[in-house]
Design a protein around this ligand. Structure first.
Ligand SMILES: O=C(CNCCc1c[nH]c2ccccc12)Nc1scc(-c2ccccc2)c1C(=O)NCc1ccccc1
Length: 331
């Protein structure tokens, strides 16, 4: 079996949403595929009105295939202090023609204001590893873990694009979606993330390669590229107008600064993925100035590097759960 679904970026590529069908008759929600967490949770009719702001709600009571998991609850908090919690239902879920008939759907009763404010986002499909699922008393499998046994191949792939529709495929690798070869690196899933080691980085096409092992996770649910301070300093030292502005929350530079270099990160045996300098300009820091917030920021608050959408949209990425490895290719 296999599946394929288009993903659409929101403005500034802050997140990527895909259509998902839940229940019978099908209720279509736009969800954020998130390899940095492992809860499948959705806005639902259990929420108070004050927490809803245009989102499409999953209504378990109108689905003829939903069953409430009595006594089961969930609660998740993310590093940006956003959170959500609620009850759990079993229901049928289809993503891009791939159906899981008994998926644990976590129906939100409470969401934090960041989620309420994000009117396009109806919830998250966590595709990290199930060991960090928050459902109590017994954690639940991710959508991919439920689908995996029936797939042609135990992989899903992420093809995120800058400001354009991309695609998530399940169960197969589309050889027309990337250039050259896919380089595979081992994954340590013991903390539930797609955690791997990069051998180093290079700033600019003429810069030298810096051999330094960077431990990090491949995370479609995080917008930015969060890297060790030394790497950020090496990058921003090459940008004439760059400054570290704690008041703005990190590194900023003039949006029209023409000295922003490309950034390369190593994967394995000499392969490097090139992130165009243009991916590093984010939203204007504030209406008046012409300064942009950098797409690369420090990972000091996290404890490990997060290869978020800024990095992932420069590559074709294979999440190979069957062999616990990540595949990287240029595109
Ligand atoms: O949680 C995820 C992936 N799901 C995000 C879902 C989500 C959370 N608000 C959302 C808002 C919209 C859509 C999805 C989400 N990744 C990881 S691993 C470690 C950290 C972390 C730990 C400690 C400190 C910092 C990060 C995070 C993290 O908090 N990233 C989000 C972020 C990272 C930095 C800044 C902001 C957010």
């Amino acid at each position: 079996d296999r599946g394929s679904v288009q993903n659409l970026p929101k403005s500034y590529d802050v997140e990527y949403l895909m259509p998902v069908s839940l229940g019978t008759p099908a209720q279509q929600l736009n969800l954020d595929l998130d390899t940095g967490s492992s809860d499948f949770w959705v806005f639902s009719t259990l929420l108070k009105e004050s927490m809803i702001n245009g989102q499409t709600l999953y209504d378990p009571n109108t689905s003829t295939t939903s069953d409430k998991m009595e006594g089961y609850t969930w609660k998740i908090t993310y590093g940006d202090e956003s959170y959500s919690s609620g009850d759990v239902y079993i229901d049928t879920v289809t993503i891009g023609d791939l159906t899981v008939s008994t998926q644990a759907v976590e129906a939100a009763k409470v969401v934090s204001e960041e989620f309420t404010a994000d009117s396009d986002n109806d919830g998250l499909v966590g595709l990290g590893f199930g060991i960090i699922n928050t459902v109590q008393p017994y954690k639940q499998k991710t959508f991919f873990e439920k689908a995996m046994p029936g797939l042609d191949s135990p992989v899903f792939t992420a093809d995120l694009k800058a400001g354009a529709p991309g695609r998530y495929n399940f169960g197969y690798i589309d050889d027309d979606a990337y250039l050259g070869n896919i380089t595979y690196v081992p994954v340590d899933s013991s903390d539930g993330f797609w955690r791997w080691v990069s051998p180093g980085f290079q700033v600019g096409s003429t810069g030298s390669f810096n051999s330094t092992r960077i431990h990090g996770i491949a995370d479609t649910g995080t917008t930015l590229l969060l890297l060790p301070d030394g790497v950020c300093e090496a990058f921003y030292s090459q940008i004439a107008s760059a400054e570290y502005e704690p008041s703005q929350g990190g590194y900023t530079f003039e949006c029209d600064d023409s000295t922003v270099p490309d950034f390369y990160f190593g994967t394995d045996n000499g392969q490097m993925i090139r992130i165009p300098g243009s991916y590093m300009s984010y939203s204007k820091t504030d209406t008046s100035s012409q300064r942009c917030f950098g797409g690369m920021q420090s990972d000091s608050g996290v404890g490990f590097t997060i290869w978020g959408d800024v990095a992932l949209k420069a590559a074709f990425v294979v999440f190979d759960q069957g062999n616990e490895q990540l595949g990287w290719a240029e595109k």
